[in-house]
Write a protein that binds this ligand. Structure first.
Ligand code: FAD
Length: 370
């Protein structure tokens, strides 16, 4: 056999695994059906701006081991995610914090804000749907202006028809702190995610535009072990059924102005605006290029959430009972595959943040690479 490992997928999971195998003296081949590396982290330079092609990615973690590992491949900037909400032209601070409450009710102190929220909450033992669950957690005003429209666009269904379990918790902060993530480390890799993954794959053979499933038999014979990070149901020709996802369509525009919305992330929380968010990519890097010069143009992406159908880009797994049970059946089949391991968000049918996928790949590599 020519290789110790064939790694299907040049995304973050595949890149970590390949890096760990190479570091341990193993020969790895990475293939990806896309023309690019980095999977969904892929950033493309447009007008000097790193555009997040498959959705905005903000790295954040509390995991020391993961931070120590990933900073070997990139230096991260000081970007802090502070999205804002636009509800019919009114601007609110996110996540829900003292600035949000001031704008909603003119409350100044945490005590006043708490009283206001308490007075709007309904006391329900078992909320029957997402609407009841949200009002139970944060009261009517926040639900109506900041949750309802956005969630309905995301799921394509009314909140009164959506199950309560989708929202378990809604973080409410009684401080003037609009840092979205509660993480010790946060930032964007300087130079973009693609450059970071390129560095992880240094010294590894990579073949792009190469679909494993079109040539599965031949690929089985070139490596002792296969690490597969594509969709698990596709690996088995969807023989037990189709695992469902939610998907997003991105509409990108290059604008001949230097500042469109003054923030990287603006959520549109009313129902009438057809998109859920607008991302203005340059603000992930403070509007500057790598030499520190101001960028004259800007690139924005409008995000539309819609129902996924077989063949569309799979983004968010629908981890409801039906799909989870189907995944468990595929997992049993996967365990029987000789010398083949399934990993990553598609291989495990699981939403993973980047730090969790790195941690999982490091742990799996430790177990698998001898
Ligand atoms: P992927 O990046 O999907 O890589 C899998 C690769 O396998 C792909 O390149 C694919 O082309 C390839 N492949 C599939 N099938 C085949 C085949 N048959 N043959 C060859 N190659 C194949 N995480 C954060 O921490 N912060 C964020 O802000 C954040 N934002 C996100 C926004 C969106 C819209 C989404 C969907 C996710 C976000 N994430 C975020 C999560 C992040 O994208 C994942 O953690 C990460 O992409 C997982 O890496 P992966 O290698 O498992 O999967």
């Amino acid at each position: 056999m020519k290789y110790d490992f064939l790694i299907v997928g040049a995304g973050l999971y595949g890149a970590v695994f390949a890096e760990q195998a190479t570091k341990r003296g193993k020969k790895a081949l990475v293939i990806d059906k896309r023309p690019t590396i980095a999977g969904n982290l892929y950033t493309e330079k447009i007008e000097g701006i790193n555009v997040h092609k498959y959705g905005a990615h903000i790295f954040h973690t509390n995991n020391e081991k993961v931070w120590h590992y990933i900073t070997k491949f990139a230096t991260f900037n000081r970007y802090t995610n502070s999205p804002i909400a636009n509800y019919k032209g009114e601007i609110y601070s996110l996540p829900f914090n003292m600035y949000t409450f001031y704008k909603l009710w003119n409350t100044i102190t945490p005590e006043e804000a708490k009283k206001k929220i308490e007075s709007q909450k309904t006391i329900l033992k078992e909320p029957k749907n997402l609407e009841e669950q949200s009002i139970k957690l944060v009261g009517k005003d926040i639900y109506e202006k900041l949750i309802k429209g956005y969630t309905e666009k995301q799921w394509g269904r009314s909140c009164s028809e959506l199950p309560a379990f989708i929202i378990k918790r809604l973080p409410v902060r009684f401080t003037y702190d609009n840092n979205y993530f509660d993480s010790k480390y946060q930032g964007i890799p300087i130079g973009g995610y693609t450059k970071m993954v390129e560095k992880m794959l240094e010294g590894v053979e990579v073949r792009l535009n190469t679909d494993y499933l079109k040539n599965k038999k031949d690929y089985k014979n070139i490596a002792k072990t296969t690490i597969y990070t594509g969709p698990i149901d596709a690996y088995f020709d969807q023989e037990l059924g189709i695992l469902e996802y939610r998907t997003v369509r991105f509409e990108n525009e290059i604008l001949d102005i230097d500042n469109f919305q003054g923030n990287a992330v603006v959520n549109y929380t009313d129902k009438e605006t057809p998109y859920t968010r607008i991302i203005e990519h340059k603000w992930f890097e403070f509007g500057k290029d790598e030499s520190g010069k101001d960028l004259p143009k800007t690139v924005i992406s409008k995000e539309y959430s819609f129902e996924w159908k077989n063949g569309d880009e799979p983004y968010y797994p629908v981890n409801d009972k039906k799909n989870n049970e189907l995944y468990e059946r595929y997992k049993k089949l996967a365990e029987k595959e000789k010398n083949t391991f399934f990993g990553g968000r598609l291989g495990e049918y699981k939403y993973y943040d980047m730090d969790s996928v790195i941690e999982k790949a490091l742990t799996d590599a430790e177990k698998i690479i001898r």
